[in-house]
Design a protein around this ligand. Structure first.
Ligand SMILES: Cc1cc2nc3c(=O)[nH]c(=O)nc-3n(C[C@H](O)[C@H](O)[C@H](O)COP(=O)(O)OP(=O)(O)OC[C@H]3O[C@@H](n4cnc5c(N)ncnc54)[C@H](O)[C@@H]3O)c2cc1C
Length: 427
């Protein structure tokens, strides 16, 4: 059996103790079989265990192997498309529910970290940075919009204030969200996995679900075993492949890349981000960055449609980093890696049920650290028979990518090229 390791990321190199978990062998019976040990799967498992369900998690590789163990670590609230778009495509009651939930994921992360004493370098404060006046007008309207749903902790930053929080000359202003922030993402996943086990849940690693036998009592098959369950939660996201063919047409795996500098030392690090907030800009193809606990800069950006791994990640991301921070021109890059997220056409999460007992949540399209934690709570509510919030997501309309599975990658890349051009021209 293949033993898939973590990618060679800064996170894998600085992970807290990683406990190897067993491979599933033989037959297991459980209440809920969760497929995938990323945040969606682990958050679902934790909420279900806290409500008395028996839970078995199957992970194809290792806990946090996917996006949850590789991401920028930015706790960005809300969704990849915002409530104004949601308001236009769904009714007011559904928009109201989704709007109220938009900042709940960050709260759940903080509750998890506190309750289970997870060591993941949690820091408060995230900034959306405006590169031009159009971005700034957008942030002003987002703030007004979010406030309508009760999220009043946001602060607009003018050009002088943003210079006080980030030493980048390119910004004209920004929006500070103190309920945003950042974490060591793999250590959060590892801590959540340990919490799952502390409540009696079981996690099998190197145990990919290869087939789902549907029916009143569904069975998930792996290479060497099977799990018979009352419910299945599909949480494989961009790494799921074609296990559930119905889901594949309306979403597309995309790669995105991250680099990490050598330690900068306290003075340089503090000069870049004195309050240690994380930052993402307002471009469609956005740059995002933050400091680590050992004062490196983690910088991400760029999208590869169709999730091919680029040959030279540093060559793609390093110039973006230097454009934001020319003062780092002599700093060495220690780590570079790629990871896959799942894009939907609407950029809103793809959530639903297949029959009575298979549930799924995936496709948060780039901003998923908070949403996936919320998804776990909402999935667990649905399995307990309280599906109002789950249905608010499940009723979001989703459409297949133009061109089908064969042509969706070039079509989406063309779309991104167009938006990238708009970013460059400042439209
Ligand atoms: C490089 C990168 C940077 C990002 N930065 C940010 C950020 O800063 N902020 C933010 O909000 N979002 C960010 N995101 C997005 C965010 O990380 C994801 O939305 C989120 O982690 C998705 O979690 P998940 O549990 O749904 O999926 P994943 O974390 O991808 O987990 C899916 C898991 O399922 C497993 N799996 C798949 N198929 C099977 C199977 N058949 N059987 C068993 N297991 C299976 C996989 O091995 C994987 O471990 C980033 C994503 C990437 C890739």
């Amino acid at each position: 059996m293949a033993n898939t390791p973590y990618p060679q990321s800064y996170y894998a190199a600085s992970a807290n103790a990683v406990t190897p978990r067993p491979v599933l062998q033989g037959e297991v019976e459980t209440d809920v079989c969760v497929i995938g040990a990323g945040y969606t799967g682990l958050s679902s498992a934790l909420f279900l265990l806290e409500h008395g369900f028996r839970v078995t998690v199957l992970e194809a590789a290792k806990v946090g192997f996917g996006a949850s163990g590789r991401n920028g670590g930015q706790i960005v609230n809300s969704y990849s498309r915002d409530i104004d778009v949601i308001e236009r495509s769904v009714g007011p009651k559904q928009a109201q529910l989704l709007g109220q939930m938009a900042f709940e994921g960050g709260k759940i992360i903080r509750e998890r970290v506190a309750k289970y004493q997870i060591q993941c370098d949690l820091k408060d404060g995230g900034v959306f940075a405006a590169l031009n006046s159009k971005h700034m007008a957008h942030l002003e309207s987002q703030k007004r919009l979010w406030e309508r749903y009760g999220h009043t902790q946001l602060e607009l930053l003018d050009e002088r204030r943003i210079r006080e929080v980030v030493a980048c000359e390119n910004y004209v202003g920004g929006l500070l969200d103190m309920s945003g922030g950042h974490i060591h993402p793999l250590n959060l996943a590892l801590g959540e996995a340990a919490a799952v086990e502390s409540l009696g849940g079981t996690i099998y690693e190197q145990s990919a679900a290869v087939r789902i036998e549907r029916g009143a009592s569904p069975v998930v098959h792996t290479a060497e075993g099977k799990v018979r369950a009352k419910f299945i939660i599909v949480a494989g996201n961009a790494y799921l492949g074609n296990l559930v063919p119905e889901l594949a047409a309306k979403s597309m795996p995309c790669g995105t890349q991250v680099i990490t500098t050598a330690p900068l030392g306290d003075d340089l690090a503090n000069s870049l981000l004195p309050q240690d907030y994380c930052v993402e800009d307002c471009n469609y193809l956005l740059d995002y960055y933050r400091l680590t606990s050992d004062k490196r800069l983690i910088f991400g950006g760029g999208v590869v449609y169709g999730a091919r791994d680029p040959a030279n990640i540093e060559a793609i991301i390093h110039p973006k980093m230097l454009k934001a921070f020319p003062q780092l021109k002599d700093v060495k890059i220690d780590y570079a890696w790629t990871g896959n997220f799942l894009l939907t056409l609407s950029r809103l999460p793809q959530v639903g049920r297949l029959g009575d007992n298979i549930y799924y949540s995936q496709g948060c399209s780039g901003h998923g650290v908070t949403y996936t934690h919320l998804a776990g709570k909402v999935l667990a509510e649905a399995l307990r028979g309280q599906a109002e919030r789950f249905d608010a997501f499940a009723d979001l309309p989703h459409y297949p990518f133009p061109g089908g599975q064969l042509l969706r990658t070039p079509f989406a890349a063309m779309g991104a090229w167009y938006y990238g051009l708009r970013d460059k021209l400042g439209f």
